[in-house]
Write a protein that binds this ligand. Structure first.
Ligand code: NDP
Length: 457
Protein backbone atom coordinates (compact mmCIF):
# COMPACT_ATOMS: atom_id res chain seq x y z
CA UNK A 1 0.00 0.00 0.00
CA UNK A 2 0.98 3.62 -0.28
CA UNK A 3 -0.39 6.94 0.94
CA UNK A 4 -2.69 7.96 -1.91
CA UNK A 5 -3.73 11.45 -0.81
CA UNK A 6 -1.43 14.46 -1.35
CA UNK A 7 -2.32 16.12 1.96
CA UNK A 8 -1.65 12.92 3.94
CA UNK A 9 1.60 12.38 2.04
CA UNK A 10 2.78 15.93 2.76
CA UNK A 11 2.09 15.52 6.49
CA UNK A 12 3.98 12.23 6.43
CA UNK A 13 6.93 13.78 4.56
CA UNK A 14 7.12 16.52 7.19
CA UNK A 15 7.00 13.96 9.96
CA UNK A 16 9.80 11.94 8.37
CA UNK A 17 11.97 15.04 8.07
CA UNK A 18 11.41 15.91 11.74
CA UNK A 19 11.83 12.36 13.11
CA UNK A 20 14.41 10.70 10.86
CA UNK A 21 15.62 8.33 13.59
CA UNK A 22 12.26 6.90 14.57
CA UNK A 23 11.55 3.99 12.19
CA UNK A 24 8.95 2.20 14.32
CA UNK A 25 7.02 5.43 14.86
CA UNK A 26 7.08 6.27 11.14
CA UNK A 27 5.97 2.71 10.29
CA UNK A 28 2.96 2.97 12.63
CA UNK A 29 1.94 6.40 11.32
CA UNK A 30 2.32 5.39 7.68
CA UNK A 31 0.14 2.33 8.23
CA UNK A 32 -2.66 4.51 9.60
CA UNK A 33 -2.33 7.31 7.02
CA UNK A 34 -2.44 4.79 4.16
CA UNK A 35 -5.97 3.87 5.19
CA UNK A 36 -7.37 7.37 5.82
CA UNK A 37 -7.63 8.62 2.21
CA UNK A 38 -11.40 8.01 1.87
CA UNK A 39 -12.10 9.85 5.13
CA UNK A 40 -9.99 12.86 4.16
CA UNK A 41 -11.67 13.00 0.76
CA UNK A 42 -15.18 12.75 2.22
CA UNK A 43 -14.59 15.19 5.09
CA UNK A 44 -12.62 18.35 4.14
CA UNK A 45 -13.12 19.82 7.63
CA UNK A 46 -10.49 17.38 8.92
CA UNK A 47 -7.80 18.85 6.69
CA UNK A 48 -9.00 22.42 7.32
CA UNK A 49 -8.59 21.95 11.08
CA UNK A 50 -5.10 20.45 10.71
CA UNK A 51 -6.23 17.29 12.48
CA UNK A 52 -3.62 15.04 10.86
CA UNK A 53 -0.70 17.41 11.59
CA UNK A 54 -1.86 17.52 15.21
CA UNK A 55 -2.66 13.85 15.72
CA UNK A 56 0.85 12.70 14.68
CA UNK A 57 2.54 14.95 17.26
CA UNK A 58 2.38 13.92 20.95
CA UNK A 59 0.70 16.50 23.18
CA UNK A 60 3.57 16.05 25.62
CA UNK A 61 6.73 13.90 25.89
CA UNK A 62 8.51 13.48 29.20
CA UNK A 63 12.01 12.00 29.43
CA UNK A 64 13.85 11.60 32.70
CA UNK A 65 16.75 10.03 34.53
CA UNK A 66 15.99 7.01 36.72
CA UNK A 67 18.79 6.36 39.21
CA UNK A 68 18.66 3.40 41.55
CA UNK A 69 21.05 1.34 43.66
CA UNK A 70 21.65 -2.34 42.82
CA UNK A 71 22.21 -5.15 45.32
CA UNK A 72 25.96 -4.56 45.24
CA UNK A 73 25.52 -0.95 46.27
CA UNK A 74 26.37 0.31 42.78
CA UNK A 75 24.41 3.22 41.31
CA UNK A 76 22.61 2.37 38.06
CA UNK A 77 21.09 4.87 35.66
CA UNK A 78 18.27 4.22 33.21
CA UNK A 79 16.17 6.48 31.03
CA UNK A 80 12.45 6.86 31.75
CA UNK A 81 9.75 8.10 29.35
CA UNK A 82 6.08 8.98 29.21
CA UNK A 83 4.55 9.94 25.88
CA UNK A 84 1.18 11.65 26.41
CA UNK A 85 -0.10 11.43 22.87
CA UNK A 86 -3.75 12.42 22.73
CA UNK A 87 -6.34 13.37 25.35
CA UNK A 88 -9.25 14.32 23.05
CA UNK A 89 -11.58 11.60 24.34
CA UNK A 90 -10.25 10.97 27.87
CA UNK A 91 -7.21 10.83 30.15
CA UNK A 92 -4.03 9.43 28.57
CA UNK A 93 -3.98 5.67 28.97
CA UNK A 94 -1.37 3.12 27.97
CA UNK A 95 1.16 0.73 29.41
CA UNK A 96 4.68 1.01 30.75
CA UNK A 97 7.24 -1.11 28.90
CA UNK A 98 10.41 -2.17 30.70
CA UNK A 99 12.81 -3.70 28.18
CA UNK A 100 16.38 -2.87 27.07
CA UNK A 101 15.11 -2.13 23.55
CA UNK A 102 12.89 0.75 24.74
CA UNK A 103 13.54 4.08 23.04
CA UNK A 104 11.51 7.10 22.01
CA UNK A 105 10.65 5.68 18.57
CA UNK A 106 9.15 2.53 20.05
CA UNK A 107 7.17 4.43 22.68
CA UNK A 108 5.87 6.92 20.13
CA UNK A 109 4.74 4.09 17.86
CA UNK A 110 2.99 2.43 20.78
CA UNK A 111 1.47 5.70 22.02
CA UNK A 112 0.24 6.57 18.53
CA UNK A 113 -1.42 3.17 18.05
CA UNK A 114 -2.91 3.47 21.52
CA UNK A 115 -4.94 6.54 20.48
CA UNK A 116 -6.95 4.53 17.94
CA UNK A 117 -7.08 1.35 19.97
CA UNK A 118 -8.45 3.17 22.99
CA UNK A 119 -10.98 4.96 20.84
CA UNK A 120 -12.11 1.61 19.40
CA UNK A 121 -12.85 0.20 22.86
CA UNK A 122 -15.94 2.48 22.96
CA UNK A 123 -14.70 3.76 26.36
CA UNK A 124 -13.50 7.33 27.18
CA UNK A 125 -9.70 6.95 27.22
CA UNK A 126 -6.98 8.92 25.43
CA UNK A 127 -3.68 7.53 24.18
CA UNK A 128 -0.28 7.37 25.87
CA UNK A 129 2.64 5.04 26.51
CA UNK A 130 5.72 4.97 28.70
CA UNK A 131 8.60 2.88 29.86
CA UNK A 132 12.29 2.55 30.37
CA UNK A 133 15.31 0.75 28.95
CA UNK A 134 15.57 -1.00 32.35
CA UNK A 135 15.72 -4.80 32.01
CA UNK A 136 13.84 -6.57 34.82
CA UNK A 137 15.28 -9.93 33.72
CA UNK A 138 17.83 -11.25 36.18
CA UNK A 139 17.14 -8.52 38.76
CA UNK A 140 16.20 -9.32 42.37
CA UNK A 141 12.82 -8.27 43.75
CA UNK A 142 14.55 -5.55 45.77
CA UNK A 143 16.30 -4.17 42.70
CA UNK A 144 13.00 -4.12 40.81
CA UNK A 145 11.39 -2.31 43.75
CA UNK A 146 14.12 0.32 43.94
CA UNK A 147 13.91 0.93 40.19
CA UNK A 148 10.08 1.17 40.23
CA UNK A 149 10.12 3.56 43.19
CA UNK A 150 12.66 5.81 41.50
CA UNK A 151 10.72 5.68 38.20
CA UNK A 152 7.45 6.60 39.93
CA UNK A 153 9.05 9.39 41.97
CA UNK A 154 9.37 11.37 38.74
CA UNK A 155 6.27 10.01 36.99
CA UNK A 156 4.08 11.09 39.93
CA UNK A 157 4.39 14.68 38.73
CA UNK A 158 2.74 13.84 35.42
CA UNK A 159 0.07 11.19 36.09
CA UNK A 160 -3.18 10.97 38.04
CA UNK A 161 -6.58 9.25 37.83
CA UNK A 162 -8.04 12.06 35.66
CA UNK A 163 -4.80 12.94 33.84
CA UNK A 164 -2.87 9.86 32.80
CA UNK A 165 -3.38 6.29 33.96
CA UNK A 166 -0.47 3.95 33.07
CA UNK A 167 -0.70 0.14 33.05
CA UNK A 168 1.48 -2.92 32.41
CA UNK A 169 3.20 -3.97 29.19
CA UNK A 170 6.27 -6.05 28.35
CA UNK A 171 8.31 -6.40 31.55
CA UNK A 172 5.70 -4.67 33.71
CA UNK A 173 3.38 -7.08 35.47
CA UNK A 174 1.50 -7.06 38.79
CA UNK A 175 4.75 -6.95 40.79
CA UNK A 176 6.05 -3.80 39.09
CA UNK A 177 2.63 -2.10 39.12
CA UNK A 178 2.45 -2.81 42.88
CA UNK A 179 5.80 -1.17 43.58
CA UNK A 180 4.84 1.86 41.48
CA UNK A 181 1.41 2.14 43.07
CA UNK A 182 2.91 1.99 46.58
CA UNK A 183 5.31 4.79 45.75
CA UNK A 184 2.60 6.99 44.20
CA UNK A 185 0.43 6.54 47.29
CA UNK A 186 3.33 7.36 49.59
CA UNK A 187 4.20 10.55 47.69
CA UNK A 188 0.63 11.81 47.14
CA UNK A 189 -1.09 10.45 50.25
CA UNK A 190 -3.99 9.42 48.03
CA UNK A 191 -5.50 6.04 47.25
CA UNK A 192 -6.75 6.50 43.71
CA UNK A 193 -6.92 4.49 40.50
CA UNK A 194 -3.73 6.04 39.11
CA UNK A 195 -2.54 2.75 37.62
CA UNK A 196 -4.40 -0.24 36.24
CA UNK A 197 -3.37 -3.85 36.44
CA UNK A 198 -3.39 -3.56 40.23
CA UNK A 199 -3.63 -6.58 42.53
CA UNK A 200 -7.22 -7.50 43.41
CA UNK A 201 -7.06 -6.49 47.12
CA UNK A 202 -5.70 -3.06 46.12
CA UNK A 203 -8.38 -2.07 43.62
CA UNK A 204 -7.52 -4.29 40.68
CA UNK A 205 -10.20 -5.68 38.40
CA UNK A 206 -10.99 -9.35 38.16
CA UNK A 207 -10.30 -10.61 34.63
CA UNK A 208 -7.73 -7.86 33.85
CA UNK A 209 -4.91 -10.43 33.85
CA UNK A 210 -6.78 -12.57 31.34
CA UNK A 211 -8.27 -9.71 29.34
CA UNK A 212 -5.86 -9.18 26.43
CA UNK A 213 -5.53 -12.89 25.63
CA UNK A 214 -9.23 -13.62 26.13
CA UNK A 215 -10.19 -10.51 24.16
CA UNK A 216 -7.90 -11.55 21.31
CA UNK A 217 -9.76 -14.86 21.06
CA UNK A 218 -13.20 -13.20 21.33
CA UNK A 219 -12.25 -10.92 18.43
CA UNK A 220 -10.77 -13.82 16.43
CA UNK A 221 -13.93 -15.88 17.01
CA UNK A 222 -16.04 -13.06 15.49
CA UNK A 223 -13.69 -12.76 12.54
CA UNK A 224 -13.71 -16.51 11.89
CA UNK A 225 -17.48 -16.87 12.27
CA UNK A 226 -18.15 -13.94 9.95
CA UNK A 227 -16.22 -15.96 7.35
CA UNK A 228 -18.04 -19.23 8.08
CA UNK A 229 -15.17 -20.68 10.14
CA UNK A 230 -14.45 -21.40 13.83
CA UNK A 231 -11.71 -22.30 16.35
CA UNK A 232 -13.05 -25.85 16.67
CA UNK A 233 -10.36 -28.43 15.87
CA UNK A 234 -7.91 -25.82 14.52
CA UNK A 235 -4.14 -25.86 15.05
CA UNK A 236 -3.02 -22.60 16.66
CA UNK A 237 0.51 -21.20 16.96
CA UNK A 238 1.07 -18.49 19.59
CA UNK A 239 4.35 -16.62 19.86
CA UNK A 240 5.50 -15.43 23.27
CA UNK A 241 4.61 -16.98 26.61
CA UNK A 242 3.87 -13.85 28.60
CA UNK A 243 0.65 -12.33 29.81
CA UNK A 244 -1.09 -12.08 26.44
CA UNK A 245 0.10 -15.45 25.12
CA UNK A 246 -0.84 -17.49 28.20
CA UNK A 247 -4.48 -16.38 28.28
CA UNK A 248 -4.84 -16.55 24.50
CA UNK A 249 -3.71 -20.17 24.88
CA UNK A 250 -6.36 -20.78 27.55
CA UNK A 251 -9.27 -19.25 25.59
CA UNK A 252 -8.30 -20.76 22.23
CA UNK A 253 -8.20 -24.18 23.95
CA UNK A 254 -11.59 -23.54 25.57
CA UNK A 255 -12.95 -22.67 22.11
CA UNK A 256 -11.94 -26.15 20.91
CA UNK A 257 -8.60 -25.38 19.24
CA UNK A 258 -5.26 -27.06 19.88
CA UNK A 259 -2.32 -24.75 20.66
CA UNK A 260 0.66 -26.50 19.06
CA UNK A 261 3.53 -24.04 19.64
CA UNK A 262 4.60 -21.21 21.95
CA UNK A 263 7.89 -19.36 22.43
CA UNK A 264 10.08 -16.99 24.38
CA UNK A 265 13.03 -14.96 23.21
CA UNK A 266 15.33 -18.02 23.35
CA UNK A 267 13.28 -20.50 21.35
CA UNK A 268 9.98 -22.29 20.84
CA UNK A 269 8.26 -25.48 21.95
CA UNK A 270 6.03 -27.73 19.89
CA UNK A 271 3.54 -30.04 21.60
CA UNK A 272 1.39 -31.88 19.06
CA UNK A 273 -1.02 -32.94 21.81
CA UNK A 274 -1.84 -29.34 22.64
CA UNK A 275 0.01 -27.09 25.09
CA UNK A 276 -1.50 -26.92 28.56
CA UNK A 277 -1.62 -23.23 29.51
CA UNK A 278 -1.42 -24.14 33.22
CA UNK A 279 2.06 -25.60 32.71
CA UNK A 280 3.17 -22.40 30.95
CA UNK A 281 1.71 -20.42 33.86
CA UNK A 282 3.82 -22.39 36.33
CA UNK A 283 6.97 -21.89 34.22
CA UNK A 284 6.44 -18.20 33.47
CA UNK A 285 4.31 -16.73 36.25
CA UNK A 286 5.61 -18.75 39.22
CA UNK A 287 9.13 -19.92 38.37
CA UNK A 288 9.98 -17.09 35.93
CA UNK A 289 11.89 -19.73 33.95
CA UNK A 290 12.64 -20.31 30.25
CA UNK A 291 10.12 -22.02 27.97
CA UNK A 292 12.46 -24.90 27.22
CA UNK A 293 11.79 -26.23 30.74
CA UNK A 294 8.35 -27.29 29.36
CA UNK A 295 10.19 -30.46 28.36
CA UNK A 296 10.60 -31.28 32.07
CA UNK A 297 6.81 -31.50 32.31
CA UNK A 298 5.87 -32.93 28.89
CA UNK A 299 8.42 -35.45 27.66
CA UNK A 300 7.04 -35.79 24.11
CA UNK A 301 7.26 -32.05 23.41
CA UNK A 302 10.08 -30.62 21.32
CA UNK A 303 12.19 -27.49 21.85
CA UNK A 304 13.94 -25.48 19.13
CA UNK A 305 16.53 -22.84 19.95
CA UNK A 306 15.70 -19.67 17.98
CA UNK A 307 17.42 -16.52 19.09
CA UNK A 308 17.33 -14.64 15.80
CA UNK A 309 14.14 -12.71 16.21
CA UNK A 310 11.99 -15.79 16.93
CA UNK A 311 11.01 -16.44 13.31
CA UNK A 312 11.22 -20.26 13.45
CA UNK A 313 7.87 -20.64 15.17
CA UNK A 314 6.05 -19.40 12.03
CA UNK A 315 7.27 -22.44 10.09
CA UNK A 316 5.22 -24.76 12.34
CA UNK A 317 2.12 -25.68 10.27
CA UNK A 318 -1.02 -24.09 11.70
CA UNK A 319 -4.51 -22.88 10.79
CA UNK A 320 -4.45 -19.80 13.02
CA UNK A 321 -1.46 -17.68 14.06
CA UNK A 322 -1.65 -15.44 17.11
CA UNK A 323 1.57 -13.37 17.39
CA UNK A 324 1.75 -12.33 21.07
CA UNK A 325 5.43 -11.45 21.64
CA UNK A 326 6.65 -8.18 20.12
CA UNK A 327 6.73 -5.78 17.15
CA UNK A 328 7.79 -6.87 13.65
CA UNK A 329 8.03 -10.53 14.61
CA UNK A 330 6.38 -11.71 11.36
CA UNK A 331 8.14 -10.52 8.21
CA UNK A 332 7.32 -11.32 4.59
CA UNK A 333 9.21 -14.62 4.69
CA UNK A 334 7.36 -15.75 7.82
CA UNK A 335 4.02 -14.67 6.35
CA UNK A 336 4.79 -16.72 3.22
CA UNK A 337 5.65 -19.72 5.41
CA UNK A 338 2.28 -19.38 7.14
CA UNK A 339 0.53 -19.12 3.77
CA UNK A 340 2.33 -22.15 2.35
CA UNK A 341 1.29 -24.22 5.36
CA UNK A 342 -2.39 -23.35 4.92
CA UNK A 343 -2.87 -20.72 7.62
CA UNK A 344 -6.37 -19.15 7.35
CA UNK A 345 -6.16 -16.38 9.95
CA UNK A 346 -3.67 -14.14 11.74
CA UNK A 347 -4.86 -12.07 14.70
CA UNK A 348 -2.44 -9.84 16.56
CA UNK A 349 -2.06 -10.03 20.34
CA UNK A 350 1.22 -8.09 20.29
CA UNK A 351 1.45 -4.51 19.02
CA UNK A 352 2.48 -4.22 15.34
CA UNK A 353 3.85 -7.79 15.17
CA UNK A 354 3.47 -7.95 11.37
CA UNK A 355 5.65 -5.91 9.03
CA UNK A 356 3.84 -4.06 6.20
CA UNK A 357 5.16 -6.70 3.76
CA UNK A 358 3.67 -9.47 5.90
CA UNK A 359 0.29 -7.71 6.01
CA UNK A 360 0.38 -7.46 2.21
CA UNK A 361 0.88 -11.25 2.01
CA UNK A 362 -2.20 -11.84 4.23
CA UNK A 363 -4.35 -9.37 2.35
CA UNK A 364 -3.41 -10.55 -1.13
CA UNK A 365 -3.99 -14.19 -0.34
CA UNK A 366 -7.23 -14.07 1.62
CA UNK A 367 -5.75 -14.83 5.04
CA UNK A 368 -8.13 -13.24 7.55
CA UNK A 369 -6.23 -10.49 9.34
CA UNK A 370 -7.18 -9.03 12.73
CA UNK A 371 -4.97 -5.96 13.34
CA UNK A 372 -3.51 -5.31 16.78
CA UNK A 373 -5.37 -2.07 17.42
CA UNK A 374 -8.63 -3.97 17.34
CA UNK A 375 -7.67 -7.52 18.27
CA UNK A 376 -5.63 -6.76 21.39
CA UNK A 377 -7.77 -3.87 22.67
CA UNK A 378 -9.34 -6.11 25.34
CA UNK A 379 -6.51 -5.36 27.76
CA UNK A 380 -6.89 -1.62 27.75
CA UNK A 381 -10.69 -1.95 27.62
CA UNK A 382 -10.59 -3.92 30.85
CA UNK A 383 -8.17 -1.39 32.30
CA UNK A 384 -10.85 1.21 31.60
CA UNK A 385 -13.35 -1.05 33.37
CA UNK A 386 -10.89 -1.10 36.31
CA UNK A 387 -10.94 2.73 36.26
CA UNK A 388 -14.77 2.63 36.34
CA UNK A 389 -14.76 0.32 39.36
CA UNK A 390 -12.17 2.48 41.16
CA UNK A 391 -14.24 5.62 40.56
CA UNK A 392 -17.36 3.89 41.88
CA UNK A 393 -15.40 2.35 44.78
CA UNK A 394 -17.03 -0.90 43.82
CA UNK A 395 -16.03 -4.13 42.11
CA UNK A 396 -17.70 -6.41 39.62
CA UNK A 397 -17.42 -10.23 39.60
CA UNK A 398 -15.14 -12.04 37.16
CA UNK A 399 -18.16 -13.06 35.09
CA UNK A 400 -19.48 -9.49 34.91
CA UNK A 401 -16.14 -8.11 33.71
CA UNK A 402 -15.62 -11.00 31.28
CA UNK A 403 -19.08 -10.47 29.79
CA UNK A 404 -18.45 -6.73 29.34
CA UNK A 405 -15.08 -7.54 27.73
CA UNK A 406 -16.71 -10.04 25.38
CA UNK A 407 -19.34 -7.47 24.32
CA UNK A 408 -16.66 -4.81 23.80
CA UNK A 409 -14.67 -7.12 21.51
CA UNK A 410 -17.83 -7.88 19.49
CA UNK A 411 -18.49 -4.11 19.25
CA UNK A 412 -14.90 -3.46 18.11
CA UNK A 413 -15.25 -6.08 15.40
CA UNK A 414 -18.65 -4.76 14.27
CA UNK A 415 -17.56 -1.11 14.32
CA UNK A 416 -14.51 -1.98 12.19
CA UNK A 417 -16.70 -3.85 9.71
CA UNK A 418 -19.18 -0.93 9.60
CA UNK A 419 -16.42 1.61 8.91
CA UNK A 420 -14.92 -0.59 6.17
CA UNK A 421 -18.35 -1.07 4.60
CA UNK A 422 -19.21 2.65 4.80
CA UNK A 423 -16.17 3.42 2.66
CA UNK A 424 -16.43 0.16 0.68
CA UNK A 425 -12.95 -1.05 1.64
CA UNK A 426 -11.93 -4.56 0.67
CA UNK A 427 -8.58 -6.37 0.62
CA UNK A 428 -7.11 -7.37 -2.76
CA UNK A 429 -8.53 -10.86 -2.11
CA UNK A 430 -12.02 -9.42 -1.63
CA UNK A 431 -12.33 -9.77 2.17
CA UNK A 432 -13.57 -6.91 4.35
CA UNK A 433 -10.52 -4.73 5.11
CA UNK A 434 -10.52 -4.97 8.90
CA UNK A 435 -7.27 -3.00 9.18
CA UNK A 436 -8.66 0.03 7.34
CA UNK A 437 -11.97 -0.39 9.19
CA UNK A 438 -10.28 -0.36 12.60
CA UNK A 439 -8.07 2.62 11.74
CA UNK A 440 -11.02 4.62 10.42
CA UNK A 441 -13.44 3.75 13.23
CA UNK A 442 -10.78 4.65 15.83
CA UNK A 443 -9.71 7.79 14.00
CA UNK A 444 -13.13 9.29 13.32
CA UNK A 445 -14.15 9.36 16.99
CA UNK A 446 -10.92 11.09 18.03
CA UNK A 447 -11.04 13.49 15.07
CA UNK A 448 -14.64 14.44 15.89
CA UNK A 449 -13.69 15.16 19.50
CA UNK A 450 -10.71 17.26 18.37
CA UNK A 451 -12.88 19.23 15.92
CA UNK A 452 -15.39 19.92 18.68
CA UNK A 453 -12.69 21.17 21.10
CA UNK A 454 -11.14 23.70 18.72
CA UNK A 455 -7.38 24.11 18.47
CA UNK A 456 -6.75 22.76 21.97
CA UNK A 457 -3.34 21.13 21.52
P1 NDP B 1 5.23 -10.17 28.63
O1 NDP B 1 6.45 -9.48 29.06
O2 NDP B 1 4.33 -10.78 29.64
O3 NDP B 1 5.60 -11.33 27.56
C1 NDP B 1 6.28 -11.04 26.38
C2 NDP B 1 6.62 -12.37 25.72
O4 NDP B 1 7.17 -12.10 24.44
C3 NDP B 1 7.65 -13.16 26.48
O5 NDP B 1 7.45 -14.53 26.26
C4 NDP B 1 8.96 -12.69 25.82
O6 NDP B 1 10.02 -13.63 25.93
C5 NDP B 1 8.53 -12.54 24.39
N1 NDP B 1 9.36 -11.50 23.75
C6 NDP B 1 9.48 -10.20 24.12
N2 NDP B 1 10.34 -9.54 23.32
C7 NDP B 1 10.76 -10.45 22.42
C8 NDP B 1 11.64 -10.40 21.32
N3 NDP B 1 12.29 -9.27 20.98
N4 NDP B 1 11.82 -11.54 20.61
C9 NDP B 1 11.17 -12.67 20.95
N5 NDP B 1 10.32 -12.79 21.98
C10 NDP B 1 10.12 -11.70 22.70
O7 NDP B 1 4.43 -9.12 27.73
P2 NDP B 1 2.90 -9.09 27.32
O8 NDP B 1 2.41 -10.48 27.11
O9 NDP B 1 2.20 -8.21 28.26
O10 NDP B 1 2.97 -8.31 25.93
C11 NDP B 1 3.22 -8.98 24.69
C12 NDP B 1 2.82 -8.06 23.54
O11 NDP B 1 1.42 -7.73 23.68
C13 NDP B 1 3.54 -6.70 23.47
O12 NDP B 1 3.63 -6.33 22.11
C14 NDP B 1 2.58 -5.78 24.18
O13 NDP B 1 2.75 -4.43 23.80
C15 NDP B 1 1.26 -6.33 23.70
N6 NDP B 1 0.10 -5.99 24.50
C16 NDP B 1 0.03 -6.33 25.83
C17 NDP B 1 -1.10 -6.02 26.56
C18 NDP B 1 -1.26 -6.48 27.97
O14 NDP B 1 -2.36 -6.29 28.52
N7 NDP B 1 -0.28 -7.07 28.60
C19 NDP B 1 -2.22 -5.28 25.97
C20 NDP B 1 -2.08 -5.06 24.53
C21 NDP B 1 -0.95 -5.38 23.87
P3 NDP B 1 11.17 -13.39 27.04
O15 NDP B 1 10.49 -13.64 28.36
O16 NDP B 1 12.20 -14.38 26.71
O17 NDP B 1 11.62 -11.97 26.88
Amino acid sequence: MAIKNAYLQSVFDGLKARNPNEPEFLQAVEEVLETLTPVIEARPEIQNAGIIERIVEPERTIMFRVSWVDDNGKVQVNRGYRVQFNSAIGPYKGGIRLHPSVNLSILKFLGFEQIFKNSLTTLPIGGGKGGSDFDPKGKSDNEIMRFCQSFMTELTKHVGPDTDVPAGDIGTGAREIGFMFGQYKRLRNEFTGVLTGKAIPAGGSLARTEATGFGLCYYTKEMLEHDGKSFQGKRVVISGSGNVAIYACQKATEFGAKVIAMSDSNGYIVDENGIDYKTIQVIKEQKRDRIKTYLNYVKDAKYYEDKNGSKGIWTVPCDIALPCATQNEINEESANALLKNGCIAVAEGANMPSTPEAIAVYQKNGILYGPAKAANAGGVATSALEMCQNSMRYSWSFEEVDEKLHNIMIAIYNNSVDAANRYNLKTPAGKIDLMAGANIAGFEKVANAMLWQGVAY
